[in-house]
Ligand binder design. Structure first.
Ligand code: F3S
Length: 286
């Protein structure tokens, strides 16, 4: 008889699980309107389910005045201090679901910038997490966002201040090291804080291992999710019978033989109930 292996790291990471749970707990507990600042995760099914339960997504803080006061939940990416203060000053209660790994970066940036350091954030300038991190720096400090070794080569410090370097949590570790090395060679006085979270790397490494031992590999996640596409690529390289599905209905379970070893992994925004449903249907074939 074949075996089913479900990657332990499949689906939500710690920070996203925590944020989603906080929304559902608020739905249970709160008697006031509940809002999230931006969709809590990139998964339409989950966001729609929250909306069905009375949660409203606010995408722009200018909208606040037209809404009844209530609880505003901050998603795992976090927000800037100014946005945080603005929500509070508008009379909303803030429920902070910022991932603790991201909050730690906010504290570093607040702390070092207030001690007179300039800040470099290694990450993508348009990413909401990076915009949020930038917004914790002291006004007097100079913040630069560096996304590539080329940006690092072109970087020129225009003050005598020391430098503190942090990273977006999902930045590639090797690229971060390259960037730090380029800046270090310029002879500046730098403090490097590696704030990369390894959830993505752990998920990819485990997916590869599971796929290597599988006759059939199933990758579950949204078609547009870049981290799921990456998982699919990795698994397909190891197991030619790799399927990419969004929901259980998309899987042709008749492809599975009773003696097959089957592996399952899922992207970072795939809810557990879909993983469980697929697992149950696979078990029926083994
Ligand atoms: Fe997830 Fe938090 Fe890491 S949101 S990817 S556990 S930084």
């Amino acid at each position: 008889m074949g075996e089913l292996t479900i990657a332990k790291s499949a689906g939500f990471c710690f920070g996203v699980t925590r944020a989603v749970n906080m929304v559902y707990e608020a739905i249970e507990k709160e008697n006031v309107p509940i809002y999230t600042y931006g969709p809590i995760i990139h998964n339409d099914e989950v966001v729609k389910d929250m909306e069905k339960n009375g949660v409203t997504v606010i995408n722009d803080l200018d909208e606040l005045s037209s809404h009844e006061k209530g609880v505003m939940i901050i998603r795992s990416h976090g927000i800037s201090k100014a946005e945080y203060d603005r929500i509070k000053n508008c009379g909303f209660e803030v429920l902070n679901a910022t991932c603790p790994f991201v909050s730690k970066i906010h504290r570093y940036v607040e702390d070092y910038s207030s001690k007179g350091y300039d800040i470099i954030i290694v990450g993508s300038p348009k990413h909401p997490e990076v915009c949020g991190i930038k917004g914790w720096a002291d006004e007097k400090c100079h913040v630069t966002i560096i996304n590539s070794p080329e940006d690092a080569e072109n970087y020129m410090k225009n003050s005598t201040k020391k430098l503190c370097i942090v990273s977006q949590t999902t930045f590639n570790y090797n690229k971060f090291q390259d960037i730090v090395e380029i800046i270090a060679k310029k002879g500046y006085d730098i403090t490097v804080l590696n704030t990369i979270c390894n959830a993505t790397e752990v998920r990819q490494t485990e997916a590869r291992k599971v796929a290597q031992c599988s006759d059939v590999m199933i990758v579950i996640g949204d078609r547009h999710s870049s981290n799921t596409q990456k998982l699919f690529e990795i698994c397909k390289n190891e197991c030619k019978n790799t399927y990419y599905i969004q929901t259980s209905d998309e899987m042709d379970y008749t492809q599975i033989r009773s003696n097959n070893n089957v592996g399952i992994t899922a992207g970072a925004s795939t809810p557990n109930n879909i993983i469980e449903e697929v697992s149950k249907n696979v078990r029926n074939e083994l």
